[in-house]
Design a protein. Structure first.
Length: 247
């Protein structure tokens, strides 16, 4: 809603167009896909293509800045740093129980048995890539890889995604402290004006009353979900992360 910002909500088609290895859920291709990316993915002029599309979008939306909401990009920070000139990142954090319950509920509600598709993509592709590429590098879960690869519960799978994402976010914050702003979802809802102004300031944007008023209108504090019974190794990893994140 900010007057200077153009918003792209998970523009997966855009990123697949400029880089076919981006498609984790097999929406457009059954070819190889990668969670992690580096300069080698730049071989096909990804930077030139995406900046051309961004530039066109900025022009048509009369914006000066783009916010690209794409959660998986937390695994691609160094790749994005090689494309853009000093990009900024908002790392939105939410407590594990609400996140896990929300992910599992979405996956169950959007199950497409005919297409064999849910939160985890076609034929569990995103889950398989997560287990193959991300879990082996995770400081909390790598030693439990064999057990994790056998998980089938939506809540357990969602817990794995939350754990590896939070661990990667903390790692990137430590590596690029000036580029990444961690924001708790709960604080955003409880103190929208204060938190939104902090986000705007971090991104070099002036305060905008329309943006602030809209945030105050739609951001509501909700009661937290109950704890969910998970596999012991996931419970342990979540407990450690909750301490680091202040939950």
């Amino acid at each position: 809603m900010h007057r200077d910002v153009g918003f792209l909500n998970e523009p997966k088609a855009l990123w697949y167009f400029v880089n076919p290895a981006d498609d984790l859920i097999a929406s457009y291709s059954k070819g190889d896909a990668d969670y992690f990316m580096n300069n080698s993915h730049e071989m096909n002029n990804v930077a030139g293509k995406v900046k051309s599309i961004y530039s066109d979008f900025l022009d048509k939306s009369s914006s000066t800045r783009i916010i690209d909401k794409y959660p998986e990009m937390i695994f691609r920070i160094e790749f994005l740093n090689s494309i853009f000139n000093q990009p900024r990142y908002i790392f939105l954090i939410r407590n594990p129980w609400d996140t896990i319950a929300s992910t599992a509920a979405w996956s169950n509600a959007h199950e497409n048995s005919a297409e064999k598709e849910n939160w985890w993509g076609v034929n569990n592709r995103k889950w398989k890539l997560l287990v193959e590429q991300v879990v082996p590098k995770d400081p909390s879960l790598s030693i439990h890889l064999s057990n994790i690869s056998k998980l089938q519960s939506q809540t357990d799978m969602a817990a794995v995604e939350w754990i590896v994402t939070m661990n990667m976010g903390l790692k990137m914050i430590e590596k690029f402290p000036d580029r990444i702003l961690p924001v708790k979802y709960e604080e955003l809802c409880a103190q929208p004006e204060q938190t939104l102004n902090r986000i705007l300031k971090f991104n070099g944007l002036t305060s905008d009353q329309t943006c602030i008023d809209y945030g105050k209108k739609i951001l509501k504090t909700s009661s937290s979900r109950s704890r969910i019974t998970l596999q012991p190794e996931l419970e342990e990893a979540i407990h450690v992360l909750c301490g680091k994140l202040g939950y």
